[in-house]
Ligand binder design. Sequence first.
Ligand code: ADP
Ligand code: MG
Length: 269
Amino acid sequence: AQELPLPGSTRVFTVANQKGGVGKTTTTVNLAAALARAGAKVLVIDLDPQGNASTAIGVEHRADTASVYDVIINDEPMAAVVQASPEFGTLYCVPATIHLAGAEIELVSLVAREQRLRTALETFLEGSPEPYHYVFIDCPPSLGLLTINAFVAATEVLIPIQCEYYALEGLSQLLSNIQLIERHLNPELTVSTILMTMYDSRTNLANQVVQDVREHFPEQVLDTLIPRSVRISEAPSYGQSVISYDTNSSGSLSYREAAAEIAHRGAPR
Ligand code: ADP
Ligand code: MG
């Protein structure tokens, strides 16, 4: 596998977009797998009660599995719930279980409710003998307390945008929420990366959307476009990323290219 430059300190990404079905989970899992394959140590934190990232990485996440819920609500150390991926030796996952659905409400009455993931992650990273190079937090499609916890724990936001007509709708709301977080809770937060997903080169519309987004966010948008691909959508049902499910498919290649861009660009500032 192609080796990529490794960051000197851990880069923590929140993968967010309050729209569902735009490719957040797919992007989280496949970028993480691509970076792990290229030699990085990578942690995925599944913060969506649906647990789709846990499924795709192939880790246990039945209702009785220790999970990110126990970390956020019960102060369980992250080290006690993290699982190794069966796919790559340097890929790890903090799974989500269905209990996380209740966390949004339970968090409201807890002390430091916005900082709980950040505190747990900091302690975990400090205690890890081999440093992590990347952390990706997969968010639910909402802007509730779980997503706020993700924004507070991260330094970078990665926004996947689907190449379709309504792509930019809701984006200004997302960006103003991120600005609020930056002002009040996490001054280090930056929208560093935008990735265009489910691209179909045969439609003029997809090309128009890509052009519009590039005009608005010239610095953030990656050159790589993720094509619409059946292999990408099949992989999770085998508990695999597309990177190992079909290494040389166009979907795998595009996520590997996107990962290489992220690695070569390095952390912002
Ligand atoms: P989100 O996490 O934003 O809700 P997902 O990553 O779960 O979105 O993707 C939504 C659906 O689209 C899933 O069924 C997924 O397999 C599929 N999908 C995502 N990216 C692609 C792609 N590039 N090509 C084809 N299907 C895709
Ligand atoms: Mg998802």
